[in-house]
Design a protein around this ligand. Structure first.
Ligand SMILES: [Zn+2]
Length: 306
């Protein structure tokens, strides 16, 4: 069933756990994430990042995300991830997204707060939950190397006093905090400062969102959740699991064949069936979906503190 992020945050607060929030820039990932959540009977968030607009337009995937959320057997929030302009965030709300993140983290504090206030007032009309961010997590979803990369990570950790002021000024429902995590494939072992989560939580009294779980251990995820993280954004390693599985199926690759004087390329997989079989596109989709689903289930088990 389609619910708001606030509904899910309340469920997680009561249980002392977090919900996974997964990017779904294609039908396969939507089915993988909702399928995993249904098997584990946990609430879940599916999200579309503005950075993914080039590989999947919001106007195409948004209505599909909403429809599959409505049909799901578990609570599903449909969320706009890292909306960088108020206009884009508003489009998602108009479409029926039950939650949005406005990301003004690269702007000066006052400008970020003013834009976030505007998003909160627009969200009141549709009932959407609002997440915002201060501090900076570095590379965005597409790993484009924008803000934060190469800087001393401590300089960009969220300041708890600023967080308190920001939450009071804007009236947001959840705050994305920077405490040492990074987006994309991790380049060095992340060093997490859990005191940031603890202090922001104490001062701002708000559910914390953790972005960039790349390279984070089970123990560190669960420590962060114990300190007050209630939503964990997760994508890179799920997408890589799908990609790797498909690549493994292609170990034999394609070979040139000649038939009736014509030259063809014939692609074989010896893995699936144990014997030569042509590769069909629907098989590729299924391999990828299953691998992403398995990966999601592992992440969901960690976040639900099982
Ligand atoms: Zn993020």
């Amino acid at each position: 069933m389609l619910v708001t992020l606030k509904d899910i945050l309340n469920l997680c607060e009561a249980k002392g756990c977090a919900a996974g929030s997964f990017n779904t820039p294609n039908l396969e990932s939507i089915m993988a994430v909702i399928g995993a959540a249904e098997e584990l009977e946990v609430p879940v968030i599916i999200q579309h990042a503005q950075a993914h607009e080039s590989i999947m337009p919001l106007d195409t995937i948004g209505p599909i995300m909403l429809e599959l959320a409505r049909r799901a057997k578990v609570p599903v929030a449909v969320h706009m991830d890292h909306g960088e302009t108020v206009e884009y965030v508003y489009r998602a709300m108009e479409m029926g997204f039950t939650s949005v993140m406005y990301d003004g983290s690269t702007l000066p504090f006052d400008e970020n707060a003013a834009n976030t206030q505007l998003v909160v007032s627009l969200a009141k009309r549709t009932g959407a939950t609002v997440e915002a961010e201060i501090g900076c997590m570095g590379r965005r979803e597409m790993g484009d190397g924008s803000a934060g990369t190469g800087e001393d990570p401590e300089k960009i950790y969220t300041d708890p006093d600023q967080a308190k002021k920001f939450v009071e000024m804007t009236g947001i429902d959840a705050l994305a905090c920077s405490f040492g995590t990074t987006h994309g494939v991790y380049l060095s072992e992340p060093k997490l400062d859990f005191s940031v989560v603890e202090n922001v939580r104490k001062k701002a009294h708000i559910p914390i969102v953790m972005h960039g779980g790349s390279g984070v251990s089970r123990e560190d995820f669960q420590t962060a959740i114990k300190k007050g993280v209630r939503k964990v954004n997760y994508y890179t390693y799920m997408a890589m699991a799908g990609g790797e599985t498909v690549a493994n199926q292609f170990r034999m690759g394609c070979i040139p064949v000649e038939k009736n004087g014509k030259k063809y390329k014939y692609c074989y997989s010896l893995v699936e069936s144990g014997q030569d079989a042509p590769i069909m596109y629907h098989d590729i989709v299924q391999w990828g979906t299953q691998a992403m689903k398995d990966n999601c289930k592992k992440a969901m088990e960690i976040f639900s503190m099982k």
